[in-house]
Design a protein around this ligand. Structure first.
Ligand code: 8YV
Length: 326
């Protein structure tokens, strides 16, 4: 009997690919070239499932071109590359990889916060460029982390992980803003106080963004919001490009409207706003918040398990639109 056909849209760990190859006929994008929508459409045709990452857009036109498709498993917790309504209408199950990356991503949020506040990369460039000729009292003096106030916008699992690190590890005051308030028990555990966005922007020494991207969260931070922040504040974005207006941020950094920023995600990535590349007071990393070997392996495994569970056993593990199976 022939095996069901799936597409693995980007390169993944050989161990995980091997498991998929045992039970599926796998078309694997071995070369890891990011496909154009037209290439993706052509390659997805005739497949019943696909393993994708944030770089593949699954939308109405693609679904129309691939009537046999049953499931798309994203190797990411965020799924703004999916048109979930269109997938649901087409009866295609969408899955993501929650939980397995929560703590790793929160670790990185904190790493970026510390690198930004303490000017780690800026000072390293100075040293590597041979500019370190003497010590001086204010050389790369940055912002305090311990005992300061962090404001977290988006208090889901990763936001809560950052709150715990901040409150319990660094004695920080934690303010948060979210669509809904946490339960009193969770607020206590995360030592976090719910405030409106204006209060958070005004009072936080470090603003950390962990909201999912949607039309509603587009440019959550733009020129207006930057103007409300302390001039000594830092801004950290580990959520998605588009949550911050990168042009407005580059200007604010250049004008020293805020002290510094740490960015792991960008509008239109892998392109980076050219002005951001010219300002010294920003730490820039290429979307690596979940990138530890263990966590990326767990994400790939969960995406593969979602495909195998659904296509071979009719079961779901981490569905985004479980109503498809009802
Ligand atoms: C992914 C991420 O590695 O999980 C997410 O939402 O942003 C990252 O962990 C990236 O999106 C590639 O799929």
């Amino acid at each position: 009997m022939s095996k069901p056909s799936i597409l693995v849209a980007r390169a993944i760990f050989p161990e995980v690919l091997n498991q998929l190859q045992q039970v599926f006929d796998v078309d694997h994008n071995q070369d890891d070239v990011v496909m154009s929508p037209a290439e993706l459409h052509a390659r997805m045709k005739g497949k019943v499932g696909a393993l994708t990452t944030g770089s593949e857009r699954i939308d109405g036109p693609l679904l129309h071109a691939c009537p046999g498709l049953k499931i798309v498993a994203n190797m990411a917790v965020g799924y703004n590359n999916f048109d979930v309504d269109a997938m649901t209408k087409a009866g295609v199950l969408a899955t993501n990889t929650p939980d397995v990356l929560t703590e790793t991503t929160a670790d990185f949020g904190f790493a970026l916060l510390m690198a930004t506040a303490r000017r780690v990369t800026e000072s390293e460039h100075f040293l590597r460029d041979g500019k370190w000729t003497k010590w001086s009292y204010d050389m790369f003096a940055g912002a305090e982390v311990h005992g300061s106030t962090v404001g977290i916008i988006g208090m889901g699992r990763i936001g809560q992980g950052i709150a715990r690190r901040a409150a319990h590890g660094f004695g920080m005051q934690v303010l948060y803003h979210n669509r809904s308030r946490l339960s009193p028990e969770l607020e206590l555990e995360c030592k976090s106080r719910y405030v409106d966005k204006t209060t958070l922007l005004r009072e936080a020494d470090h603003v950390v963004l962990v909201v999912p991207y949607s039309a509603a969260s587009h440019h959550t931070i733009g020129a207006n919001e930057l103007a409300q922040m302390k001039p000594t504040a830092t801004l950290i974005n580990i959520a998605r490009g588009g949550i911050v207006d990168d042009a407005a941020l580059a200007k604010a950094l250049k004008d020293r409207r805020i002290a510094a920023a740490g960015l792991d995600v960008f509008e239109g990535e892998p392109q980076v706003h050219p002005e951001l590349l010219t300002v010294p007071n920003v730490v820039l990393t290429p979307h690596i918040a979940s990138a530890t070997v263990k966590t990326r392996m767990a994400m790939a495994q969960l995406a593969a398990d979602n495909l195998m569970d659904y296509l071979l056993r009719g079961q779901t593990r981490t569905p985004i639109n479980p109503e498809v199976c009802a």
